[in-house]
Design a protein around this ligand. Structure first.
Ligand code: HEC
Length: 208
């Protein structure tokens, strides 16, 4: 009976097709689990992503002046959250530094603690250029190196109001880089106390 059936069973496909099927079938079977793994990433009804929304930098014609929506200046008299406008608006470097000197006052009391705090920061940051005592003998200056900064004991620097020194650290000045992104505002004020202490120490030493 079996022999009869097998004997009669003559596949209609010729051999080439069977071989191809034997190769392709395992590939499909092996690939299936991969497809299942990929399923979570296939969003078919993706309403969260596909929706009416404004894209950044896009123009929407919502405003008469056709300004890019995400870059509109804030309404006059308001400031964005988390943003603190800088006190000095002068564009010219020298004028801005002078204005800062006139308008800003050191909010930190001149205590030993604040001076020591300023010293620690000075000796970490300012020292590389201005030198340990602020005389401009820092390590990175020299021929083919950074230009030597002026001494912090010059008649000019001694006369600078606290606000001007704070401003120079905040904004930088000429070749001196700004340190606002490195030092918190009150850390800069503490450094001002220390610069003043350095200046006083030198004056006292010279008066002797
Ligand atoms: C990368 C080197 C460098 C570092 C670090 C640096 N300064 Fe300066 N600083 C300079 C240079 C250069 C100048 C001179 C800028 C100019 O007028 O061309 C200067 C100028 C100054 C002046 C003005 C001096 C004057 O007579 O006009 C003050 C004040 C000052 N720095 C304070 C500081 C303090 C405080 C720090 C630490 C937070 C500091 N600097 C860190 C390079 C540096």
């Amino acid at each position: 009976m079996l022999k009869q059936i097998l004997g009669e069973w003559k596949p209609k496909w010729h051999e080439g097709r069977w071989r191809a099927t034997l190769v392709v079938l395992p590939i499909i079977i092996l690939a299936l689990p991969l497809g299942v793994l990929a399923l979570p990433y296939l969003d078919i009804l993706n309403d969260m992503a596909v929706q009416a929304k404004a894209k950044p930098q896009g123009q929407y014609g919502w405003f008469s002046d056709e300004q890019i929506t995400s870059e509109r200046p804030p309404v006059e008299g308001t400031i964005p959250q988390g943003y603190f406008p800088y006190y000095v608006t002068e564009k010219d470097e020298e004028k801005a530094a002078a204005a800062a000197g006139l308008n800003l006052e050191n909010p930190l009391p001149r205590t030993k603690e604040n001076i020591l705090r300023g010293q620690a920061i000075f000796n970490r940051i300012c020292i590389t250029c201005h030198g340990e005592r602020g005389d401009g003998s820092g390590r990175i200056q020299g021929p083919d190196l950074f230009p030597a900064p002026p001494s912090l004991h010059s008649t000019q620097a001694v006369k600078y109001p606290d606000g001007r020194i704070w401003h120079i650290m905040t904004r930088g000045f000429s070749k001196m880089p700004a340190y606002a992104n490195v030092l918190e505002p009150d850390e800069r004020w503490a450094v001002v106390h220390y610069v003043r202490a350095l200046q006083l120490a030198k004056q006292k030493a010279e008066a002797k």
